[in-house]
Design a protein around this ligand. Sequence first.
Ligand code: NOJ
Length: 865
Amino acid sequence: MKNLLAPPHVNFGLQVDILANGLPRLRIDEIGGIYQRYNQTASYVLIAEPDLMASSAIDVKSTRDTDVLCFRTSTHQQLEFTVQHNPLRLTLRNTATGETLVDINANDLLHMEHYRRRSDTDDTRVEGMWEETFNHKPDSKPKGPQAFSLDIDFPSHAHIYGIPEHAAPLALPPTDGTSPRRTPYVDNSPPYTEPYRLYNLDVFEYEASSPMALYGSVPLMHAHSSRSSLAVFLLSASEMWIDVKHPSNHSTSTQWMGESGIIDLFLIPGPSVEDVFAQYASLTGVVQLPQQFALGHHQCRWNYFTSKDMLGVVDGFDSIDAPVDVLWLDIEYAEGHKYFLWDKRKFPDPVDMIESIAATGRKTVNIIDPHLSRDENFYVYQEASDRGLLVKRPDGQSEYEGWCWAGASSWVDMLNPAAWDWWISLFSFEKWKDSTRNLFTWVDMNEPTVFNGPEITMPKDVLFHGNVEHRDIHNMNGLLFTNLTAQGLEKRGEVNERSFVLSRSFFAGSQRFGAVWTGDNLGTWEHLRSATPMNLANSISGIMLTGADVGGFFGDPSAQYLVRWYQTGAFHPFFRAHAHIDTKRREPHTLSEPYRSIVRDVLRLRYTLLPLWYTAFRSSTRNGMPVIRPQFLVHPGDEAGYDIDDQFYVGAAAELLVKPVVQEDAQSVGVYLGGDEPYYDYFTHQISFAKEHIHRTLNIPTQLDTLPLFIRGGSIIPTRERARRSASLMVRDPLTLTIALDHYGEAQGRVYLDDGHSFDYTRDAFIDRNFTFSSISSDVRGGWALRSTQLEPGMSFTEGEEIEIERIQVLGLKEKPEEVITSGQLLQFTWKEGVAASGGEEGRASLLTIKKPLVRVRDDFEIVG
Ligand code: NOJ
């Protein structure tokens, strides 16, 4: 392959592989260059080197000008990948529909700098080619220019999503200065004129709508239309910029520019949204199944200053009967910001404190930032230095030094395999005596933040193991840290506990190692509005356990604002309140009435829904689907929903629809109802239909204590109606099933239960049930049956054997049953008249309540009425 911009003796190679499941992978690299471009990103990000399709399954037709590869994906799509040689153009086509899915280099923007010696060229005249400065900070660029660019068109897809992290609408607006299709959530936000930037950075007071870089990056872009869904994944951890425009109403054109490394591009052909997620998960893996407590409420603040302060916060929650699972400690717990070392003046007996908190059913998390204070008496720094595990200056010899909270600091080089076991060992109970199995970890500042570095991060020319420049791996630095920290937690002692790590910086694959959050948001209404699209963007990029600082990190917002934040955060997967050191205390118990009670009730609502959340996460570990889903994923054929990102669905089968209230003093909100299923108001059981000819936008009044929440008709949702002090205290509680019937009077659902903390579920210690509610063909008028069957055979979850179903409520049934029976026994029930889902009328749904159904969750059963 020739590059028009390179001299004739320079060659580039294009390698096309078809993976076993039918994903084309394209790699472009310089051949015989004077250096090797960095090509190891995949080994840290992919779960394994992907298997290739047998060559016998690929039909290759070559002519002088083209090579055409025809093959079938595991989703039975018949695809054709064409390499046109001159000019180079790569296209992926669905041969059954004739649709061109992806068109690469149609705009001639594929370019890769070739390596050259400074002395061999007169390129020195081009500014920035051999060195650059940013804010007076030099980048020596020892290998000279090595950027790449390529254009990727989606000729048949007008909607694109993904490439987090940006505070931007979910349906990515164009970057060519033209107006987005939908009014942005930030008033008067101008159209974007800069490309989306992927360069993990610690950005002070970031804008609420902007393509600017933030803390994490996932170079995965979805393209969606009513005909098909697909994605592209450009696996590079160097800085990237992505331009987006729409040449027509039904197409999208993108240009990707990267600073260094090879081009390693995966085409993810779908065609259904579910296929796209399964295919992406086959590359980067699925979410780690979180411990139950991770799905509860987390209370953080910079800072709780003493053990007494911490225990006081626990008491605060108990005093108002509000649940909380985790109490967090920010950097001030650590002596001189030397993480792992507790400041014993403030926390004289950390183990005693952690265990006192644990005795109330709660966990503790403390922060371990990756910068190490260069203090010779600090054992962590000393060990890393003695073993040569620290990032080096561009000279490759001396330790790189920068500034962070701890003052003069150095950073562990996570590319060095010798650093891995050492880092893991720091968490062992023998070594870290001031820790217990109830202590978990928050990794912050891991972009990494360097206060005196260019753009507040490390210079691009500092060196990692193997003389790899920071520029080549920057965006995956956080991923490496999270990976090793999660391993540290899993391997400390013989604990058989899943890890819990929260990381600010993330990359493709970070889902395997824990949670992320959206960093230092502001306590403003527009930042509250940006939180949902940001968390949806993370979710559709595989990062499932994602949340934002509830309440906003900066500022002292009003009580009304805090209530609206809790109502929103309670439906984000990771639910943590956090605040800056300069803010006033704002824990729920410090609020006045009625705000305090409203927040407590929202917390309790989150806890009653934990079985639904947990089931959704378990389901995601199997199919890679997000636990919160935007409109386009749930109704992929409904074009009117493609730009919607201010409401979303929760659950393994998107059972709940939530529309957070994010406008100050809002009197009402409009909820978009997609599809043709009935939607049941969660609290009043009012049925509304989505049918186009009735109405699609439902106006809901929004008093401060109301939150628009609906059950989608056709769902069966599991809840635990008694919210206790923490999630771990609820794992053996009985379940309630709420059955919201669809137009046909049917519904289905599932519930997954295990011990909520260990790896025993990987050895069959779980309960996984499938529930169906359907009409039965019998002579009984209006007869129906609720059946419970085993979904996956779990064998040995002994603790769960006695868990009962304590109540079943059926919404929208046509008629009061004459009797309700299980295994020949009559069951007690109550009946409230109301409308039937199948009747085509709106109104309050009928309600059948079976109080004591006498069944255990683990059993097969049938209840008929
Ligand atoms: C920056 C983090 O984003 C924030 O959450 C934290 O409180 C401060 N660092 C102090 O550790």
